[in-house]
Design a protein around this ligand. Sequence first.
Ligand SMILES: Cc1cc2nc3c(=O)[nH]c(=O)nc-3n(C[C@H](O)[C@H](O)[C@H](O)COP(=O)(O)O)c2cc1C
Length: 197
Amino acid sequence: MSEKRLRIAVIIGSVRDGRFGPVVAKWFLEQLREHSDLEVDALDLIEVPLPMALPAFGAQPTGETAEVAKSVKERLAAADAFVVITPEYNHSYPASLKNLIDWHNVEWHAKPVAFVSYGGLSGGLRSVEHLRPVFAEVHATTIRDAVSLHNVWGQFDQNGDPTDPAGTNGAAKVMIDKLKWWADALKEARTKSPYTS
Ligand SMILES: Cc1cc2nc3c(=O)[nH]c(=O)nc-3n(C[C@H](O)[C@H](O)[C@H](O)COP(=O)(O)O)c2cc1C
């Protein structure tokens, strides 16, 4: 592991009214605090609404969109790795995440992406399986080990603490350790030789 700190952007994908996502995000961000070698940027998509209409090829966003688009772009570009926190909607991931992915391209290149998914019975696994080929298209590497929270409403108590801390925190640790390995390896590779697509 290099001495320089790795920068991880944690993307909170749900923007639904009354969303459960912040409970999951709060718990996961606490898990990251155990890793002093990481610098964490929590990117909550509800705070940075990107319009569904993408800019024309080669054009820059204008008006009110310009500022938010610039800030999201910069935050993704600064990240060495990503964690996507995604719910499952109708056997897939929410449109907010697809929009974020499509708004960007080089910002994802040659960087690892890990997942924390949640939902009903499937724990958001179908969202993750749909996200993997999408991230491959933007030259990102997805991490095998993921955190999956089935019937998510029962996974946290009233304080937002996990009801099965050994299982839930343990799964997060395995995933974060793998993400750090990839983030470090790919950061070194990008530094040695800029990635071209
Ligand atoms: C439109 C919609 C579709 C859903 N479809 C599924 C589904 O296919 N599979 C599943 O396990 N849960 C499904 N759920 C349950 C969600 O995964 C669950 O409510 C979760 O808390 C949603 O995340 P959020 O509260 O952060 O938006 C669905 C929920 C919504 C709102």
